[in-house]
Design a protein around this ligand. Sequence first.
Ligand code: RTP
Ligand code: MG
Length: 139
Amino acid sequence: MVTNRTFTMLKPDAVEKGHIGAILEKITASGFRIVAMKLTQMTKTDAEEFYAIHNERPFFGELVEYMTRGPIVAAVLEKDNAVEDFRTLIGATNPADAAEGTIRNMFADSISENAIHGSDSDENAAIESAFHFAGRDMF
Ligand code: RTP
Ligand code: MG
């Protein structure tokens, strides 16, 4: 398994607010190489599967509604220690707790609409990348 890659989504709120360019600039300036990228929209079934780990949580319905309401930017990123370093770059789930200069600190409004996703393990990075991209679309 490739362990120097992570998977990200710029979530519908970030795309709606016109933050794609600024967020990608921050990601690449932080040393991540773009391995794969596309603008896409998740169906309800996609979002229910992608976030299946949260399906018992009280916010699950709201999360699926949010993640399917408009296009997202899905991308695979490469860097040494990618998963951990990317989680540091995006900041805490709740932007109110996200460190100064992190992507959620700069671009997110609330714990439920928090601008960006980052995989939480190498194993999930591989699963989530394969969910959105065929092998021939990763470079
Ligand atoms: P993500 O998976 O999207 O990178 O976010 P995360 O690891 O920081 O947070 P996680 O616990 O996996 O939650 C997934 C997403 O669900 C929404 N959420 N809403 N209303 C709430 O209390 C609540 N808690 C979580 C957020 O969009 C969060 O990123
Ligand atoms: Mg998560």
